[in-house]
Design a protein. Structure first.
Length: 107
């Protein structure tokens, strides 16, 4: 799964969410967008209620956009470090923000 660039339209859809501001305020912040099949929500690490809600919000659309920002206090050395991952689920057609989540990552 190859990442897509974060376009100005995608950034505008999430810009006003508090998690976006938190992600961008970190010393290290790298973002990507992934166009994912809707079926991957079922096996994601999201809480069951969030999965069901996102599936309902997507309706007949068979995919969604997963926007993710990996952050840390400073740029991590290769194979070390960790930080927070700020994730946003967007409708792929309307770019409506459906959900936002915060998780962690480790190298």
């Amino acid at each position: 799964m190859n990442p897509l660039p974060i376009t100005p339209e995608i950034e505008a859809a999430i810009r006003h969410h508090p998690n976006f501001e938190l992600a961008k305020s970190q010393g290290y912040c790298v973002g990507n967008v992934y166009d994912r099949p809707k079926s991957t929500l079922k096996t994601s690490g999201l809480p069951a209620e969030s999965k069901e809600e996102a599936m309902t919000q997507l309706g007949d659309v068979d995919r969604y956009l997963w926007v993710t920002y990996f952050t840390a206090e400073s740029e991590p050395e290769p194979l070390t470090g960790g930080g927070k991952e700020y994730c946003f689920i967007l409708h792929p057609v309307t770019l409506q923000l459906l959900q936002a989540h915060v998780g962690g990552w480790r190298s």
